[in-house]
Design a protein around this ligand. Structure first.
Ligand SMILES: [Zn+2]
Length: 163
């Protein structure tokens, strides 16, 4: 779906649509980030279909592979509360050029945050309130779709084991 069309639909038809509250929630939770290694703090927030906002910050660990991005932590926060079907994700960092979600987080959004085939708006804010407004469809071309069946994955795994 073209980004302009998505913005028009959300702004016109969804009373729960409040981009500024979403970005503000992400900005606020950024201060809770645990980033002892990089000192790079990121805050994220997802807006659900029901109008609720769930936040997450990045959580670094001394074993780097155990660390988590703010976006995935925010989605996990919503999933824990039984919320699915997200309209938008906000990401806030202190970079001059706003930080876009990494590839792993985009796949996570596609799998866990996308309701049906609907696109998700992504608002990224950097230092000085500079913003990039984009969407999941614009940033992720391909990846595993939510309708990829477990059976497909299991079959491909068994084939790869046979080789
Ligand atoms: Zn990420």
């Amino acid at each position: 779906m073209p980004l302009e069309e998505l913005l028009t639909i959300y702004a016109g038809e969804r009373p729960q649509w409040d981009v500024e509250s979403l970005v503000q929630a992400a900005r606020k939770v950024k201060e809770h980030a645990s980033a002892p290694l990089s000192r790079f703090k990121v805050g994220a927030a997802v807006l659900t279909e029901s109008g609720k906002i769930f936040e997450g910050c990045n959580t670094e660990c001394l074993i780097p592979v155990l660390s988590g991005c703010a976006e995935r932590n925010a989605i996990n926060h919503a999933l824990i509360h039984g919320e699915r079907g997200y309209l938008a994700v906000a990401v806030v960092s202190d970079l001059y050029t706003p930080l876009l979600p990494c590839g792993a987080c985009l796949q996570y959004m596609q799998e866990f945050a996308r309701e049906d085939a609907r696109d998700i708006l992504i608002i990224c804010e950097g230092r000085n309130s500079s913003r990039i407004v984009t969407s999941l469809d614009e940033l992720l071309k391909g990846g595993f779709s939510p309708d990829t069946s477990v059976r497909d994955l299991q079959q491909s795994f068994s084939w790869s084991c046979e080789e």
